[in-house]
Design a binder for this molecule. Structure first.
Ligand code: HEC
Length: 204
């Protein structure tokens, strides 16, 4: 007996079921999700990345930050994200409307960064941390990103951007360490990561 058509049908139905569950169903659930109009303002949430942060997202992608950091706060039923202070509410599909690609991440060697812009708005902190995580977070397993910084001779006056590096991290006399354009863009991006508008569907 020729079982070919039966096998074909079985394979076809298996793929069809996968497509329906993983592609079609999420599409129909979320295709009507729209930005949220913040009450009393003309502002919409989520806000698109602006200025340098757009380039900063590319640096985040290129440097593989996503291999150690997620950008999704789980609900209280699924973990301790909210108790750890990673967000005030869980993340919902609407948070990602303006993101392309969405850098959700699956691994959490480091803390979730969905709200790092709220948690750590200080640029100086970010630059010191990226230059060498040991400066701000001794014992950290995050790699240093020194190649995003430029060591240069001080020409007359110290640059206002220069990192205030002390002790073993200090550059030799007459030199300064300044952030490259990529480092500035990356920090601008981190500062714009905020899921800070309460959304009703996050309580469901
Ligand atoms: C090998 C894993 C690893 C990689 C890759 C990595 N990180 Fe981290 N990151 C960590 C760990 C662990 C911590 C917690 C300790 C610390 O603060 O350094 C951390 C902390 C942070 C924090 C502070 C979070 C907080 O809640 O205080 C920021 C911001 C951050 N990382 C950004 C980045 C960026 C941007 C990149 C890519 C350029 C990156 N990380 C790459 C592991 C990693």
């Amino acid at each position: 007996m020729n079982r070919g058509p039966l096998i074909f049908l079985g394979v076809f139905l298996t793929f069809l079921a996968g497509w329906l569950l993983l592609v079609a169903s999420p599409y129909y659930q979320f295709e009507r999700v729209e930005p949220y109009q913040i009450e009393g303002t003309n502002e919409e949430y989520p806000r698109p990345l602006t200025g340098l942060a757009v380039q900063g997202m590319r640096v985040y992608q290129r440097e593989g930050c996503v291999y150690c950091h997620s950008q999704q706060v789980r609900s209280e039923d699924f973990g301790t994200d909210i108790a750890r202070g990673w967000g005030d509410r869980r993340s919902v599909p609407r948070d990602y409307l303006k993101q392309q690609p969405v850098l959700l991440g699956t691994s959490r060697t480091g803390p979730d960064l969905a709200n790092i812009g709220v948690r750590q708005p200080d640029e100086t902190w970010h630059h010191l941390h990226l230059y060498d995580p040991q400066i701000t977070s001794p014992g950290s397993v995050m790699p240093p990103y020194r190649f995003l910084y430029i060591k240069r001779k001080i020409d007359g006056k110290r640059s206002p951007d220069a990192l205030n590096l002390q002790g073993p991290y200090a550059p030799p006399d007459g030199y300064e360490i300044v952030p490259s354009d990529d480092a500035k863009a990356l920090v601008a991006y981190l500062k714009q990561l905020k899921q800070d508008v309460p959304l009703e569907e996050a309580n469901r």
